[in-house]
Design a protein around this ligand. Structure first.
Ligand SMILES: Cc1cc2nc3c(=O)[nH]c(=O)nc-3n(C[C@H](O)[C@H](O)[C@H](O)COP(=O)(O)OP(=O)(O)OC[C@H]3O[C@@H](n4cnc5c(N)ncnc54)[C@H](O)[C@@H]3O)c2cc1C
Length: 301
């Protein structure tokens, strides 16, 4: 494979694989690098709210798209972390993977997602993706009508708590110590039957499969069967190493053709937005980004 018009895709999740499919259907070769570590959503057994594949396992979705790609013969897959990138557009980029030889390509699509920064709470990782959901549209339906907790760890969440009543009318809000809610809003929620707890959470309690409640810093246990808890996020190290422009939300800044601040490097998927991240959006963004890459390749010839 020569570098001419070969595109490297860093990240083999829904955005990266969708980008590879769009490239293949434009006769463009690509190499998809995907890290060997479990994907960010691997703790979840089913993808909810994905039309056509509602409830499919995250790994099965990836495998299905990879099988589709194989038929085109234009996509190589490498299970490796891309640990460094050197070069520039017109000179070509060289990517060095954690295993295997460096590879030279003409353009790069970053589709390497985000990293969740788990809170320092015992049991969080154990119940993450099972009883603890980062978004109600993903696993919320499957835990509907149970006692819910909602962790309010972003100022903008204080004004939208009523939305969670669509899934459960037994709601308690757990305030992150850094977030304030005024007395009037607390009274408003109390009138609506929504509890507000300000004591920090120390531990999640459950049977290893499902959570039963949370233990608070003062020793009380509050029974809860499910949580909405959206951790803070960061970008993978390769994005930080490339020194790309990020906005205040930590999203890679792109123009309307998915071009990052470094010419020849594009970004897509969860990397470029934070609110309501979803598999369907990642698939859309991956394909749209790849179409922009195809356009830029064609216009440069
Ligand atoms: C617990 C959980 C449950 C979710 N449930 C749902 C759901 O039910 N429904 C839904 O629609 N959405 C759900 N989501 C959101 C959905 O998973 C994401 O929006 C979607 O996966 C984003 O796709 P992506 O391709 O942008 O990133 P990702 O899926 O995160 O894929 C990025 C890939 O890049 C790889 N990578 C990172 N750095 C490198 C590197 N340097 N070199 C090579 N590879 C690298 C990662 O290992 C990863 O495989 C969930 C998310 C989480 C965290």
């Amino acid at each position: 494979m020569t570098a001419d018009n070969v595109v490297a895709i860093v990240g083999g999740g829904p955005a990266g694989l969708s980008a590879a499919l769009t490239l293949a259907r434009a006769n463009v070769q690509s190499v998809v690098f995907d890290a060997p570590a479990p994907a960010r959503n691997a703790a979840s057994t089913a993808i909810g709210n994905l039309p056509g594949h509602d409830g499919i396992a995250p790994s099965a979705l990836r495998q299905t798209i990879r099988s589709e790609l194989t038929g085109y013969g234009l996509t190589q897959f490498q299970t490796a972390d891309v640990s460094s990138v050197a070069g520039a557009l017109h000179e070509c980029f060289t990517l060095t993977p954690s295993t295997g030889d460096p590879i030279t390509v003409s353009r790069i699509i970053l589709a390497c997602g985000r990293i969740d920064l788990y809170p320092n709470v015992d049991g969080f990782a154990e119940y993450w993706g099972k009883s603890i959901h980062n978004c109600p549209y993903c696993g919320g339906y499957d835990d509907r009508n149970k006692p819910w907790g909602v962790v309010v760890n972003r100022p903008e969440m204080t004004s939208v708590i009523e939305i969670y009543r669509m899934w459960s009318d037994d709601l308690i809000v757990f305030m992150d110590p850094d977030i304030e809610m005024d007395a009037a809003r607390k009274a408003d929620l109390a009138r609506k039957g929504i509890g507000v707890e300000t004591t920090p959470i120390r531990r999640i309690v459950g049977n290893g499969e499902r959570m039963h409640g949370v233990e608070l810093a003062d020793g009380r246990t509050v029974p809860r069967a499910a949580f909405i808890w959206w951790p803070k996020m960061t970008v993978p190290p390769i994005v930080a190493d490339l020194d790309l422009a990020l906005n205040d939300q930590g999203e890679v800044v792109v123009d309307d053709a998915y071009r990052s601040s470094r010419t020849g490097i594009y970004a897509t998927g969860d990397l470029i937005y934070s609110n309501h991240q979803s598999t369907a959006s990642a698939i859309h963004l991956g394909g749209a980004c790849a179409a922009s890459v195809v356009f830029d390749i064609a216009m440069a010839q």
